[in-house]
Design a binder for this molecule. Structure first.
Ligand SMILES: Nc1ncnc2c1ncn2[C@@H]1O[C@H](COP(=O)(O)OP(=O)(O)OP(=O)(O)O)[C@@H](O)[C@H]1O
Length: 343
């Protein structure tokens, strides 16, 4: 006998990964959308009149997010204005095409470096740090240009559970307490929120499939060594034994209590570029400095003082060389200077 939908007794076509319930297609759409609506209500995410940008990468999560937000905004009359915002990281063959009629920011325009060029410089290790930091700031920059009040991203329950695991493994207690928050940066001018926070990745894929949403699913060719990949594999193994583990890890993260002596980052503005930062100089400026000075690895390691010191030495050495008629490599051509030469 075919399995029946747990809600309406029609013929079931799927078993929900999150709960194990058998559901028909229509009931699945309904519960999936309703849970996101409930998340939005519980966290009082919106008020009428808000201008809201959706970080749209063209992948499954942000595509489903954009679709569901439009549906819920109309159905429940949130009264918000929705916009799409995309960042082109400059990875050949990866983000083939971005969703149309939104704002697009290009890393190569904003920073003078595409990810292809960065990977040529730094290799496949740590390049995700550059990508993540630049993309994050590019989203802020685009959102400010669009004059929106909030950015939504398609981070799902699996992403957040992975981040909890990563922060535990790194002993990053400050981030551990923040990473499960549905809304971050609320104290600043540009909050970010994750309405898909409790949605399982597998259900997002199912929703996109049954709704016939158009998205691309290419894996980034530059991330084979990313630490996150190992946390993901670990989580997937756990999920295959006990699917509830994703939501349980997320709930554990939400309930961690941190000693008052742990120093927490306070959001401010970067003293150099003026964009949002929790340090005096933001990570994007530090990484860019490292790249432009031919020392990207030191910048990743946060050794900006060493970057400055080495740069000061190499600059004065070159001044001596040019004074003595030795042409050397031009100062403006730091992109070409391999790190091993100066580090
Ligand atoms: N290039 C981009 N432009 C705009 N937003 C982005 C971009 N890359 C990521 N984001 C935002 O950050 C979220 C998390 O991205 P990430 O690449 O970590 O996860 P993902 O699972 O691959 O997401 P997606 O399926 O939406 O690509 C995305 O859902 C999206 O909202």
């Amino acid at each position: 006998m075919p399995a029946l939908c747990r809600r309406c007794s029609a013929r079931a076509i799927l078993k929900r990964p999150k709960t194990g319930d058998t559901l028909c297609k229509e009931c699945f759409f309904e519960v999936f959308e309703l849970e996101i609506h409930q998340t939005i209500l519980d966290s009082k995410l919106f008020r009428p009149g808000l201008r809201v940008a959706i970080g749209a990468s063209g992948g499954k999560d942000s595509t489903v997010l954009a679709h569901v937000m439009k549906v819920l905004n109309e159905r429940y009359k949130y009264g918000i204005d929705l916009f799409l915002l995309s960042v082109d990281e400059g990875i050949t063959g990866y983000r083939g095409r971005f969703p149309g009629n939104g704002q697009a920011e290009r890393n190569s325009d904003l920073y003078g470096w595409s990810m292809d060029e960065i990977v040529k410089q730094i290799g496949l290790k740590n390049n995700c740090t550059f990508c993540g930091v630049f993309r994050r700031q590019a989203l802020d920059r685009g959102a400010m240009q669009m004059d929106v009040n909030m950015i939504l991203t398609g981070h799902n329950a699996d992403d957040i559970a992975e981040t909890v695991i990563m922060n535990l493994l790194r002993g990053d207690i400050a981030r551990l307490t923040r990473c499960t928050a549905i809304i971050t940066g609320a104290e600043g001018t540009l909050p970010r929120a994750k309405p898909l926070k409790y949605a399982y990745e597998k259900e997002i894929v199912m929703y996109a499939y049954f709704k016939k949403l158009d998205y691309f699913s290419t894996e980034c060719i530059y991330s084979p060594n990313a630490y996150r990949g190992y946390a993901r594999t670990f989580l997937k193994d756990l999920e295959s034994i006990r699917p509830r583990c994703i939501i349980d890890i997320l709930h554990s993260g939400e309930n961690f209590a941190v000693k008052s002596s742990v120093k927490m980052a306070v959001q401010g503005l970067c003293s150099r570029c003026g964009f949002i930062s929790s340090q005096e100089v933001c990570k994007a400026c530090i990484l860019l400095d490292g790249l432009n000075r031919g020392l990207p690895r030191l910048a990743v390691a946060g050794k900006i003082k060493k970057v400055n010191r080495v740069f000061a030495v190499s600059t004065s050495q070159r001044s001596v060389e040019s004074a003595s008629g030795d042409s050397g490599s031009p100062l403006t051509d730091d992109k070409q200077k391999p790190e091993a030469e100066v580090a």
